[in-house]
Design a protein around this ligand. Structure first.
Ligand SMILES: *[C@@H]1O[C@H](CO)[C@@H](O)[C@H](O)[C@H]1NC(C)=O
Ligand SMILES: *[C@@H]1O[C@H](CO)[C@@H](O)[C@H](O)[C@H]1NC(C)=O
Ligand SMILES: *[C@@H]1O[C@H](CO)[C@@H](O)[C@H](O)[C@H]1NC(C)=O
Ligand SMILES: *[C@@H]1O[C@H](CO)[C@@H](O)[C@H](O)[C@H]1NC(C)=O
Length: 333
């Protein structure tokens, strides 16, 4: 009797799995490449226009995400602010860096799309065991952050990477390991030293190790033609419009900067017609044990002295979600 019951329980997951797979397959066809397979199973046509105008973020639907050499040669690029919100004082470094990278655009096959679907894959623990990999791979643009790994985590995070947004301290020495041949490596310069790091690598100059809060890789095996430098306009707008940080904090006030994750969401809102996100959110501050990432063992303790305001970012994301500007691909707090 007991034996039979146990067997029933063991077998239960099998029909359940079949039902889930069937539902997944049937809806997947209809939803096509948009990859909307989460939350509700409503298959009404997704709108391909941002609904976020109401947020009044003055999102300026621009296809120009990266700094270009001609900005510095032909036109005077006037910037009132230094990095990370402007380029004041970093013009010469940029001139050298951009002369070496030579390319400044998104891939043409993405530029020409009438409706661009994008997913920003955050590094948060929440993406673990979601099996979202296949869905993520279906978007036109997959944006990943920092040195988040792909190999070994494909089931949950997928393996397509269109853009990887990073800064020197978050760079991995061999970008080929967890990216594709065509992945654009997008540097977010927080300070002039970040541009200097890139310049030293691109020109194979002597590396100066000073100026970083964590040693960046001294050898970097990325291709220079895949390197892009994000226009600081996006960092400035994320800080100012989305998070409403004071741009010039008074003495004694903390100087907060947006995380690359929130920055990536803002970039996607500018560039894409549909923005979905996964792997966002942090464990509660009181939870000392839960890892913060889907890889590795860092906990909230490692965020203690970070220049980020994660509660404020959480509220900003909630506003974006409530207004329909972004959609999560998985359940979240
Ligand atoms: C699906 O969307 C349509 C149109 O927005 C709505 O009328 C309908 O109630 C939705 N169905 C479900 C099950 O959410
Ligand atoms: C639009 O975005 C570009 C950056 O690509 C920026 O230089 C420009 O000032 C923005 N325009 C407005 C009106 O915000
Ligand atoms: C993910 O699934 C594995 C294997 O089923 C399990 O051991 C692990 O506890 C799960 N992790 C989370 C965060 O659910
Ligand atoms: C991603 O995974 C799929 C399925 O395993 C494989 O066919 C494809 O080549 C992989 N792509 C990359 C860029 O690794």
């Amino acid at each position: 009797m007991l034996q039979g019951k146990v067997w029933c329980l063991r077998l239960l997951p099998i029909p359940l799995l079949i039902i889930i797979l069937a539902a997944y397959n049937s809806s997947y066809g209809v939803l096509g490449r948009y990859g909307i397979v989460s939350q509700s199973w409503n298959t009404t046509k997704m709108e391909c226009n941002g609904k976020w105008e109401s947020l009044n973020l003055k999102i300026n639907k621009t296809t120009k995400l990266f700094l270009k050499l001609e900005d510095f040669f032909w036109r005077k690029y006037v910037s009132q602010q230094p990095l990370p919100y402007g380029i004041k004082g970093s013009e010469l470094l940029l001139l050298k860096v951009l002369s070496a990278t030579k390319s400044y655009d998104m891939p043409a096959h993405i530029e020409s799309l009438e409706c661009r679907t994008c997913v920003v894959v955050g590094n948060g623990f929440a993406i673990k065991n979601t099996s979202l990999g296949r869905i993520i791979n279906n978007y036109d643009v997959v944006i990943r952050l920092n040195d988040a790994p792909v190999r070994g985590y494909e089931e949950d995070v997928g393996n397509k990477t269109t853009l990887r947004i990073f800064y020197p301290e978050s760079a991995s020495s061999n970008p080929r390991l967890h990216n594709e041949e065509d992945t654009l490596m997008v540097l977010v310069p927080f300070k002039p030293d970040d541009l200097r790091w890139l310049k030293e690598i691109l020109y194979d100059e002597k590396r100066v190790r000073k100026g970083f809060w964590k040693p960046p890789p001294l050898i970097w095996l990325g291709q220079s033609s895949k390197v892009r430098v994000l226009d600081p306009y996006f960092m400035q707008q994320t800080a100012n419009k989305l998070l409403q940080f004071p741009l010039a904090p008074k003495k004694g006030q903390n100087h907060f900067h947006p995380t690359t994750g929130l920055l990536a969401v803002f970039v996607a809102l500018n560039y894409c017609d549909m923005v979905h996100i996964a792997g966002f959110g942090y464990p509660p501050k009181s939870d000392k044990r839960q890892p913060i990432h889907y890889y590795g063992y860092h906990t909230m303790k490692s965020m203690k002295n970070s220049p980020h305001d994660v509660s404020r970012e959480g509220r900003a994301l909630k506003r974006l979600e409530d207004s329909g500007a972004v959609m999560y691909l998985h359940r979240h707090l």
